[in-house]
Design a protein around this ligand. Structure first.
Ligand code: PLP
Length: 284
């Protein structure tokens, strides 16, 4: 299957795609991004991703880009690549201009995309769960905007990998558990789920939203509230949610087992429903 890129509407083989070195995304991290997955040949929740891109661009005062233009590029790239289970990366920068902190007056936003096969996580991880570590949250104060400024996330992920863990969980200065480096986090205690409320300190994940919708439909109680590391370690289950991870059980944090140290029943049930939904039914 061809791995392709799209640069401002032009589709090329991925290894031939180039961007100018004065792109502000490259020099300032002045760009937003999103990641869309397909299941069984269908893009999942494309409109929710388009909503989030619009919101991110508005928050950064980018000039408006017609939604249908972005949708058209994504669909064209997806159809041309013909990959049934694909991951599409979309990045939109403020534009290309001589390096200067202030916004350039005439620059046009640059839209780039890549498409690759997305096999998802190895089944073994979904089956047996993953280990995590906690790290202080050193990110900026607008983590609700999906920008490419991911250096703290990259460093935290690497710290986790160096420690033999799968990922890192960001903890606020006051001890509140926020999210992982590329996923939202949930805990379960006595059959009730808890997750960090939508504030400027976490990304409004689309998989998170899906979990809220599925819980409402199936009668699982879910509370959006703050909780600290102690409550997380004392939970019956911990899991993370994201476009790439789907719903992934966390069985050990900072060397301490969570619950029985195995993937819990709520996590398994929700993950099955999410994949089923993505393969068969429209986005809720
Ligand atoms: C920091 C962070 N939190 C949460 C998520 C999960 O978001 P989604 O479910 O939309 O993939 C991501 C995804 O990239 C992320 O980077």
């Amino acid at each position: 299957m061809p791995e392709l890129a799209l640069v401002n509407g032009k589709i090329v083989p991925l290894d031939q795609a180039r961007v100018p070195i004065e792109d502000r995304g490259y020099q300032f991290g002045d760009a937003i991004y999103d990641v869309i997955d397909s299941y069984a040949g269908k893009l999942f929740c494309l409109d929710l991703h388009l909503d989030r891109m619009e919101r991110s661009m508005k928050a950064l005062s980018f000039p408006p880009i017609p939604r249908e233009k972005i949708r058209g590029y994504i669909v064209e790239l997806f159809e041309k690549a013909g990959i049934a289970k694909a991951g599409i990366y979309v990045q939109i920068s403020r534009g290309v201009a001589p390096r200067n902190h202030g916004f350039p007056r005439d620059a046009q936003p640059q839209i780039i995309m890549t498409i690759r096969s997305s096999s998802g996580l190895p089944l073994e991880l979904t089956e047996h769960g993953v280990k995590m570590i906690t790290v202080p949250d050193l990110r900026w104060g607008r983590c609700d905007i999906k920008t490419v400024q991911l250096l703290p996330n990259v460093l935290a992920k690497q710290q986790a990998l160096n420690a033999g863990a799968f990922d890192a969980i960001f903890i606020a200065e006051d001890g509140v558990v926020r999210e992982a480096t590329s996923s939202n986090l949930f805990i379960a205690k006595n059959g009730v789920l808890f997750t960090h409320p939508l504030t400027q300190n976490i990304l409004p994940g689309i998989s998170r939203r899906m979990v809220l919708a599925m819980c409402e439909e199936s009668g699982i109680e879910i509370v959006e509230s703050f909780f600290d590391v102690g409550r997380m370690l004392d939970a019956d289950e911990v899991f993370v949610t994201g476009t790439i991870t789907d719903i992934l059980g966390v069985v050990e944090i900072d060397g301490k087992p969570i619950g029985e140290g195995t993937v819990g029943p709520i996590c398994r049930r929700l993950n099955r429903s999410l994949v089923e939904r993505a393969e068969n039914s429209p986005c809720p």
